[in-house]
Design a protein around this ligand. Structure first.
Ligand code: ADP
Ligand code: MG
Length: 586
């Protein structure tokens, strides 16, 4: 059975389950649905965006307590408190996100634990919330004259929400914003250089994960009809994280798989272990902990990949259809001042990587920037694209000062780059990686992406990416994972990605490294063609034959300083250059 068929079968099973299963299992399924929602948030937050959170249960709890308190104390309808619950969760997430997302790595994870503990004790100590005994008699939800007061009746509401959330998350990841989210984890510098606002996007993902947890909490309170702090302790937060990781932390369906496996396993262990040991006790937690260590040891990518092998993928994805081309910017006519550096300096501690560097390039030019390893060439790229701030000097682009601009501002001006150390999202397809380059040429946001109502724009973005890939000769690799290509070709993918941004100025950091002779020739031809289209190119490259046959002018750097500047032929004959750069050979 193919994957599409498996999905259809799963949906059919979800639909039919309450009619076939005894009440106990229906309730178990409800718990699975509720946990899936929270784990799904963690898949996006932790697995995809790389933001580890041990604190999702706190959002579940906040929503559950909000609805429990408002319905029991104020007699509000659960449908009204749904909005209140989500509003409380969202407000907390935005406030926390503003503080915590500035932290990174371990610090962020630890601060989510701290927040989880604080919320647990808040619930347990507020008399209004019933302290550790919680709030009971939470009313059931009424829907179209139905009161959802049994597990069987709650089932459909829980699962409609869960399946909708799974599909929305899948849609989101398969979109313009989704590609940006998938780059957050390891490639945020690259994403910024194509105009992605990574800080805001992290907040959006954090908010989305919190809202899913909030939805779960609201459903939980009305399904169980009771809330108490114990369900929202740090333990629960760890369980949710386990679910996401065991399922396959970067996969939407991993949330479902992880939540199912863990919920069922726990229930099952709870039954058999006391019987096996012939006395009561929480043995399941001990066994569970050991199983967890074993599973994590064996399957880093979770269970989804193993599961996916059972079902072959659907038919190969079709090449994007030729959609209406995206708007292009007008390029400046040749011979205008384009990029100008004057007195630019960059220090790393005691090391002066770029010293009093001045040079200018005109539109329509291919300028070679050469020099030995460590001369400061890549640092110049980082200064021009604002990855690093300059310590002194001025940088102008089309006459405007840009040395204080952000990476995103620079991207908007049409300055795009490739990276010396390849900066692709290796698990994403070649096509998606390249489409990320066109981020600023699209507009549609996360909500449109979840609903898949941005498909026209998406088609145009993907069609553009496919065109650029054809152009660099990688049209046969659209759907290969980018990480599976040889390194030389990955550099070419980077060029296609930069072209996808419709650049005015293209900065290329050693694009020909790792290419074979014929590939280098093809690349040289491409660069000449691009110049013909009005794109200006600043090229760092070690292969002198490649550079000298191609560029209009050369700037030579050594130890951070400009050593020479001129036509390739003059540079070739300059004794100082030969001495420094070629070590006096010839
Ligand atoms: P090139 O690209 O010409 O080989 P780079 O610009 O990468 O040279 O590096 C110039 C010098 O600056 C080198 O000595 C390098 O070690 C140093 N350098 C580059 N980036 C950093 C950084 N982020 N922190 C500290 N030193 C750096
Ligand atoms: Mg370099």
């Amino acid at each position: 059975m193919r994957r599409g068929g498996a999905l259809a079968l799963f949906l059919l099973f979800v639909l039919a389950a309450p009619a076939m299963l005894p009440a106990f299992y229906v309730t178990l399924f409800n718990y699975i649905g509720l946990a899936t929602l929270v784990a799904l948030g963690l898949v996006l937050l932790t697995g995809v965006a790389g933001i580890v959170s041990f604190g999702q249960q706190a959002f579940v709890g906040m929503a559950a307590y909000t609805t429990a308190a408002l319905t029991t104390l104020a007699g509000a309808s659960p449908w009204i408190t749904l909005f209140a619950s989500l509003a409380v969760t969202a407000t907390a997430a935005l406030m926390l996100g503003a503080i915590m997302l500035r932290l990174s790595g371990h610090y962020l994870a630890i601060s989510t634990i701290a927040w989880g503990i604080a919320i647990y004790y808040l619930f347990g100590n507020l008399p209004m919330l019933g302290q550790y005994s919680g709030i009971d008699n939470v009313p059931a939800i009424s829907l179209l004259g139905w009161t959802l007061d049994t597990g069987r009746k709650s089932y459909y509401l829980i699962w409609i929400v869960t399946v909708a959330a799974l599909l929305a998350a899948r849609n989101l990841l398969d979109s313009r914003c989704g590609r940006a989210i998938r780059a957050l984890r390891f490639r945020s510098v690259m994403a910024e250089s194509f105009g992605v606002d990574t800080a805001s996007l992290k907040v959006v993902v954090f908010l989305y994960a919190a809202l899913l947890a909030g939805l779960s909490g609201w459903l939980y309170a009305h399904f169980l009809r009771f809330v108490s702090p114990h369900a929202f302790g740090v333990n629960a937060g760890i369980d949710y994280l386990f679910m996401a990781v065991i399922g396959g932390a970067s996969q939407v369906w991993g949330a479902l798989l992880g939540a199912s496996v863990l919920t069922v396993l726990k229930e099952w262990l709870k039954d058999i272990l006391p019987a096996a040991f012939q006395q009561t006790g929480n043995y399941e937690i001990v066994v569970f902990g050991i199983l967890m260590m074993f599973l994590l040891h064996r399957t880093r990518d979770g269970l989804v990949p193993a599961f996916a092998r059972l079902f072959p993928p659907g038919p190969a994805r079709a090449r994007p259809a030729d959609a209406e081309p995206l708007a292009r910017r007008t390029k400046p006519p040749p011979g205008q001042p384009l990029l100008e550096l004057s007195g630019v300096e960059k220090r790393f501690g005691g090391l002066i990587a770029v010293r009093d560097l001045s040079f200018a390039m005109q539109s329509g030019e291919i300028l070679g920037l050469i020099g030995p390893n460590g001369a400061g060439k890549s640092t110049v790229f980082n200064l021009v694209t604002s990855v690093l701030p300059a310590d002194a000097g001025q940088i102008r682009f089309e006459g405007e000062r840009i040395e204080r601009a952000t990476q995103r501002d620079i991207a908007r001006l049409g300055v795009c780059r490739t990276f010396q150390h390849v900066n692709l999202v290796s698990s994403m397809s070649v096509l998606e990686n390249v489409a990320l380059g066109a981020h600023l040429r699209g507009r549609r946001g996360t909500v449109a992406a979840m609903l898949h109502i941005e498909r026209d724009e998406e088609e145009r973005l993907l069609a553009e990416a496919a065109r650029q890939l054809d152009r660099v000769g990688l049209g046969a690799h659209l759907f290969d994972p980018a990480g599976s290509l040889p390194l030389g070709q990955q550099r070419i993918v980077e060029i296609a990605r930069a072209l996808c941004a419709d650049p005015v100025l293209l900065l290329m950091d050693e694009p020909a490294a790792g290419l074979r002779y014929a590939e280098k020739r093809a690349l040289a031809e491409l660069l000449v063609k691009l110049r013909g289209e009005g794109i200006s190119i600043l090229l760092v490259e070690h292969d002198m034959d490649f550079v000298m046959g191609l560029v209009d002018r050369v700037v030579v750097m050594d130890f951070g300083e400009k050593l020479a500047e001129g036509l390739p032929a003059d540079i070739h004959a300059d004794p100082a250059v030969l001495e420094a750069y070629l070590g006096g050979i010839e």
